[in-house]
Ligand binder design. Structure first.
Ligand SMILES: [Ca+2]
Ligand SMILES: [Ca+2]
Ligand SMILES: [Ca+2]
Length: 303
């Protein structure tokens, strides 16, 4: 890893820093940042909420244990480089240093036990530089263990958007072993830049990224003609809570501990003989993220 060769001016506008909620609580970030953002600091909560993202642990790096491999940047799945063989990295993301030096050494893959790390990681090389991930297909969700060597630090995290609107800027712990930071929002993320103190090299391990949209599907409605009720089989794509409600039906709430199917009963508030139609609204509120609502008119039959 190269020693600092020059002082890099602050790359990130501190003035842009805004308060971001923590621990998976959605809240407005700022008008400029658009909509709501969720910062998630528990990797378990993040993975439960967003189970279908691309994952990369960098453990196929070319760095031997206890040392490192340096490479020119940018690097991606597209081509061999001295940090990773072609196709070792996932499609959809490019890694580089900031500022970039064409032809220079931009990044380093760290082998296990290089500096307290228990598995391979990817960081910037020159200490004064930052570390950049550019998403080549739009994502709205990413998470990673944020890394800093040779000392634990606090990293500036700057997220830019495809629509070139005001970046979202915050700070998060970055450490030798890696500390999780996740972000989900309803906007297309173009890049994420990490910047530690000028004496540290920042980077990532256990990266996850992709597009996540909350989804509730009504699989089927089964009617019970003896009781005049119906059972809805529903499928959700993350953990959360499902509510069924409507003018003529009892409100019921059920917990979805994980992605999968669950059933909910549709029961009239006032029992009625014969056929009657009710309008049911199924609302899925995931633990993290936006809700999804589906309507269904159901003919209840009570013979
Ligand atoms: Ca550089
Ligand atoms: Ca790793
Ligand atoms: Ca740095």
């Amino acid at each position: 890893m190269a020693k600092p060769t020059r002082h890099t001016a602050a790359l990130l506008a501190v003035a842009l820093t805004v308060a971001v909620p923590v621990l998976g609580i959605s809240a407005p970030v700022s008008a400029d940042s658009g909509g709501k953002a969720s910062v998630i600091t528990s990797s378990a909560d993040f993975d439960a909420a967003f189970p279908n993202l691309v994952r990369e642990n960098f453990n196929d790096s070319l760095a031997p244990d206890g040392t490192f491999a340096a490479c020119d940047a940018p690097i991606s799945s597209a081509a061999d480089n001295t940090c990773f063989a072609a196709s070792a990295l996932p499609d959809g993301v490019t890694f580089r240093d900031d500022p970039a030096e064409p032809g220079g050494t931009g990044l380093v893959a760290l082998g296990t036990n290089f500096d307290g790390n228990t598995s391979d990681q990817l960081t910037s090389d020159t200490f004064t530089d930052g570390f950049v991930m550019e998403f080549t297909t739009p994502v709205n969700t990413f998470g990673a263990d944020l890394v800093s060597h040779f000392a634990d630090d606090t990293c500036d995290v700057t997220v830019t958007f495809v629509d070139a609107s005001t970046p979202l800027a915050t700070t998060a712990p970055c450490t030798r072993t890696g500390t999780f930071f996740g972000l989900h929002l309803q906007r297309a993320i173009a890049s994420v830049t990490l910047l530690a103190s000028p004496t540290n090299a920042e980077g990532v391990d256990n990266l996850r990224f992709g597009r996540h949209a909350t989804h509730l599907k009504i699989v089927r409605i089964t009617k019970n003609t003896h009781t005049g009720t119906a059972t809805a089989t529903l499928r959700v794509n993350s953990a959360g809570t499902v509510t069924v409600r409507g003018l003529k039906i009892q409100t019921k709430v059920k917990n979805a501990a994980a992605p999968g199917t669950l059933t909910m009963k549709v029961v009239r508030k006032i029992p009625k003989a014969g056929k009657s139609t009710v309008a049911a609204r199924f609302i899925f509120q995931p633990t993290i993220g936006e809700k999804d609502t589906k309507f269904r008119a159901i003919v209840l039959i009570n013979n």
